[in-house]
Design a protein around this ligand. Sequence first.
Ligand code: THU
Length: 160
Amino acid sequence: MHHKFEFEYEALTDSSQLSTEDQSLLEAARKATETAYAPYSNFHVGAAARLSSGQIIIGSNQESTSFPVGICAERTLLNSVGSQFPTLTISTMAISYHPVGKDANEPISPCGMCRQSLLDYENRYGAPIKIILAGMSGKVMIIASASMLLPFGFDGAILK
Ligand code: THU
């Protein structure tokens, strides 16, 4: 028996096609790239989350002299929301980036570790986290639930 996994996402030519709310979230993610500490990769990533309260919280990648110790923007943000706002949930996360000296017109997509963490937070919340991906300009991708980015992800329910 063969099975097929498919998911749908939306692609827009630029951010002007987003709702006003999502445009400001993406702008916050773009601005958050300025807070990245990325002297080793020169790849500045910013993420912004809209919480159930309406507040916008940002995160950015924070690198380390011991390279594997560095953390991506998405997990900086998730863990910061988890610890500072434990009673709130994230409805949408926007992710952008800015490589020093280069253009960023294409979206980037979260790494495998961040996908696991996003899935964990969705499971904690019992609600989807919408993901908006874009560079500093150009194409925007919208994914309705972070879980779609990690098919066959580890389901923590088995640990119970
Ligand atoms: N990085 C992120 O912050 N998020 C991603 O989605 C991909 C990669 C960071 C990790 C590292 O600091 C730099 O970008 C280059 O990999």
